[in-house]
Design a protein around this ligand. Structure first.
Ligand SMILES: [Zn+2]
Length: 47
């Protein structure tokens, strides 16, 4: 398991793979390891 390819989606509160990332924040990290962001499916729901 490569943990570093995951990011934490703030909208669905789940760890997702980078391929699903629509937006990544540079300011925050989840448990230090994973960048915070928003996944593609959550972005679709918000529109
Ligand atoms: Zn999401």
């Amino acid at each position: 398991m490569e943990q570093s390819v995951l990011f934490y989606c703030l909208m669905c509160n789940k760890l997702k793979t980078m391929e699903q990332a629509n937006l990544l924040f540079r300011t925050g990290f989840y448990k230090v390891l994973h960048p915070l962001g928003c996944c593609v499916s959550c972005d679709r729901q918000s529109k």
